[in-house]
Structure formats: structure tokens, C-alpha cells
Design a protein around this ligand. Structure first.
Ligand code: AMP
Ligand code: GLY
Length: 417
């Protein structure tokens, strides 16, 4: 089988690394990829928003499966274009990607299906949103409805802060994403991520992870796309995974099917685990980054037939087998990230790590043959070992051996909290 992978981050490097190890995958293409992915796949120049070009490439190269990593091409309808051309695709239609693309859409779906989540209101004007805040009180959470690159959420500790966040949204701070605002109840508990695969009819759990969103040690500093992850999530034992599948994921899959917009792909449920059991914070319609990097290290099964079964509506025919050993993924980012950072700093030495360590590239580039940092999150050092402590030790040994003065990382990824 020929496979085309769309994306260029650490998540896509991990997917490429795993797909490359499948005996079913004869050729692996990646668009646009990165220097790390280039070791696993043939990089091709394709604009994922040019659906005609992607479809033509698949036809010309007998691509039998397209795997879409990030959410943006999904929200823009790449899966619809491929499906219309008869090309199997791992990733939801634009209509199903609204589970990530519109927080208000997801909240309404949860309300209709009785899915446990925070109480909420949807607003298109500031006065009504502020009236809701005045009644509900603080702490309270204000969210831009649309995709805001992870920046559209304010957990407000006072009514004044909530009102300021509402004003910022309607003032256009998040562009079109803030034209509608969701205001919701503050949930208490421990956050954890559950991944589930759905073929539109049914769903299976596909691993758990704990994400470290803040830039600095001890969960301090600004929110980022994720500075590290550990899988499995200590907060989600099997019993709670089963509960979340029953109360959250499967009702969502049924509701999406009933609306005529079945969800095919990976449903990433951001959960708050508290005294009421797992509650949904939000959905993403793709793998987490860097959670995926940790997950792929733990997956024993061949990934290709699993993704193919999702694309073809035959999820019942496959099983996913995992090692119970934990994996950690530590992100090395450009100094300054998630704020402004210098681009092009040289990564002077990236030594081959120990056997249980795999380094995935995110924002790297080659300049005159030398590896440089080209983005905010740049490298992902992953380790798989018999305990979280052992995985941490191995990952941090590998990190210390990397000579990149322009980079930084958290030193507490995988430590129990
Ligand atoms: P989101 O982009 O919806 O995942 O929100 C970003 C972060 O804000 C989450 O990871 C949580 O830490 C926090 N958050 C969002 N919604 C809530 C909520 N209802 N209660 C408490 N924290 C929340
Ligand atoms: N690490 C969080 C995300 O992928 O959204």
C-alpha cells in the first residue's frame, strides 16, 4: 500500500516512524514533512489546501490511504475532497471536524446527548455574555468559539477578568474565531486526554496521555501547544476509560451519525477527572501533539491496518495492542516560545540516543546541510521504559546530550503530580 501523510510536526514524525515499520506500507509519502520525517518518508511538495492537487497526487501515485495529522486541513475539508475522489482517508469530514472547529457546536451536542460537561451559554454579543457571568460568578471560563491556535480560552478567577476576556473576543483578538463566545462553568479535577478511534459507527479507546501545557516547570508560565506528555495517563485507569467511552465518546459517535455527519478518525477527548467522574472539556479531531509521540512508542500493533479500518468503516475487524510500559515525550522548544523566538538557531549536535529513546523532529530545517530550529516546538525526545522514573531518566539523558544553545525544555515531564 502507498500512504500519504499530511503534516510537518512531531506528531506526524511519530506517525511516519510507526507507519514505516508496517510491512503493509510499501511507500510512504509526506507533505510537507520535515528533516526528521525525511528519514522515514519521501517528502513531496503539496499544498494541503489545494484539494485538487492532493487528489491528483494520490491518483498518480496509487495512494491507498491518506493520513491527516493536523486539524486545519480537516476543518478545511480535505477529507471530503479525498472521499469524493474515492481515496480512503484517516480524518473526519469538515462537518464532523466541527467537534473541534466550534466549541458551541460541541456544547450543544453534549447537551442533546446528555454528555457530562460544564454548564454553558453561547453568545454573539458582549452584554448577554456578561449577564451570564454576573449570574454564574467566578471562577468561570471564557472561550472563543472557533479555532484560535489554543489561545482562545481564559480561565477567569474574577468577574472582571471574565468580562475583559469577553470584550477581547468581541474586539477581534481571535479574529473570526471570536465572533461567538462560549462561557462555561469552571470544572475542578485533574486533566487527562483520552484518544478514541471511530469509523463513524463505533469507537474503540486508543490510549491515554497526560499533557503538560505550561511552558515552565511546576506548571508555571504561559500555555503552550504542549511541552511534554506521559502515556498512559495516571489519572485515567481502565475503569475510567471505560466510563468515559460509555458516557462521552460513544454517545458523541452516535449523535454525529444521527446528524448525518459520522465521525471517522481519532477523537481526542480532553477530560476533567474529578469527583463527578470524567467530564468533557473539549474535543480535538486529531491526535495530540506531543501526546501522539508517546502513544506511538507504546503501540505494539501495526498502525497501518488500524488507520485503514477507520477510513473504511471496518473498525470491528482490528484490535490495538499496547505495552503497559509508560512512555514520556519531552519537547525541546526555541527559547522564547510560546512568545517571540529567534528562528534558525543551529542544532549543533543531535547524537544517536540509547535504544529505548527516539527523537522526533517538529520545527527543524536544513540550512546548507546543517540542522537548524525553524519553529517554536523543535524536538521531541521520547523514551519507553518499565517505569515513569526510568523513562524520564532515559529521556533526560538524551536531552542533556543535545547541543542546541537556542533551546529549552521542562525538567519535570512525567513526574507525578
Ligand atoms: P481548551 O482549549 O478548551 O482545552 O482549554 C484550554 C485549557 O483551559 C484546558 O486545558 C483547561 O486547562 C482549561 N479549561 C478549559 N475549560 C475549562 C473548564 N470548563 N474548567 C476548568 N478548566 C478549563
Ligand atoms: N497537546 C495538546 C494538543 O495537541 O492539542
Amino acid at each position: 500500500m502507498h500512504v500519504l501523510l499530511i503534516g510537518s510536526g512531531g506528531r506526524e514524525h511519530a506517525l511516519a516512524w510507526k507507519l514505516r515499520r508496517s510491512p503493509l506500507v510499501e511507500r510512504l509519502y509526506a507533505a510537507p514533512g520535515n528533516p526528521g520525517i525525511a528519514a522515514e518518508a519521501e517528502l513531496v511538495t503539496l499544498d494541503p489546501d489545494d484539494h485538487a492537487a492532493v487528489t491528483a497526487f494520490c491518483r498518480d501515485n496509487a495512494v491507498g490511504l491518506v493520513v491527516v495529522g493536523p486539524e486545519q486541513p480537516l476543518v478545511a475539508g480535505i477529507a471530503d475532497a479525498l472521499a469524493a475522489a474515492g481515496i480512503p482517508v484517516f480524518g473526519p469530514s469538515a462537518a464532523a471536524a466541527r467537534l473541534e472547529g466550534s466549541k458551541g457546536f460541541t456544547k450543544d451536542l453534549c447537551a442533546e446527548a446528555g454528555i457530562p460537561t460544564a454548564a454553558y451559554g453561547r453568545f454573539t454579543d458582549a452584554a448577554a455574555a456578561k449577564a451570564y457571568v454576573a449570574t454564574a460568578g467566578a471562577p468561570i471560563v471564557v472561550k472563543a468559539d472557533g479555532l484560535a491556535a489554543g489561545k482562545g480560552v481564559v480561565v477567569a478567577t474574577s468577574v472582571e477578568e471574565a468580562n475583559a476576556a469577553i470584550d477581547a473576543c468581541f474586539a477581534g483578538d481571535f479574529g473570526a474565531a471570536g465572533a461567538e463566545v462560549v462561557v462555561e462553568e469552571y470544572l475542578e479535577g485533574i486533566e487527562a486526554s483520552l484518544f478514541a478511534l471511530s469509523d463513524g459507527e463505533t469507537a474503540i479507546p486508543f490510549g491515554t496521555a497526560q499533557d503538560y501545557k505550561r511552558a515552565f516547570d511546576g506548571d508555571t508560565g504561559p500555555n503552550t501547544g504542549g511541552m511534554g506528555a506521559i502515556s498512559p495517563a495516571p489519572a485515567l485507569p481502565d475503569r475510567l476509560v471505560e466510563e468515559a467511552m460509555r458516557t462521552i465518546v460513544l454517545p458523541t459517535v452516535r449523535a454525529m451519525k444521527a446528524r448525518g455527519t459520522p465521525f471517522r478518525g481519532v477523537l481526542y477527548a480532553g477530560l476533567m477527572v474529578g469527583t463527578k467522574g470524567p467530564q468533557l472539556i473539549e474535543y480535538n479531531v486529531r491526535f495530540g501533539d506531543p501526546e501522539c509521540q508517546a502513544l506511538m512508542r507504546r503501540l505494539r500493533s501495526d498502525l497501518a491496518p488500524i488507520l485503514m479500518a477507520v477510513a473504511n468503516g471496518r473498525l470491528g475487524e482490528v484490535m490495538a495492542d499496547w505495552t503497559s510500559d509508560p512512555a514520556v515525550a519531552v519537547v525541546m522548544a526555541s527559547k522564547g516560545y510560546p512568545g517571540p523566538f529567534e528562528k534558525g538557531t543551529p542544532i549543533r549536535r543531535l547524537p544517536k540516543p540509547a535504544d529505548d529513546v527516539v527523537i522526533f523532529h517538529a520545527g527543524t530545517a536544513l540550512r546548507e546541510g546543517a540542522l537548524v530550529a525553524s519553529g517554536g516546538r523543535v524536538l521531541n525526545v521520547t523514551a519507553l521504559a518499565e517505569s515513569p522514573a526510568a523513562a524520564r531518566a532515559d529521556a533526560y539523558d538524551a536531552l542533556r546530550a543535545i547541543d542546541w544553545p537556542g533551546g529549552f525544555y521542562r525538567s519535570d515531564i512525567g513526574r507525578m503530580r
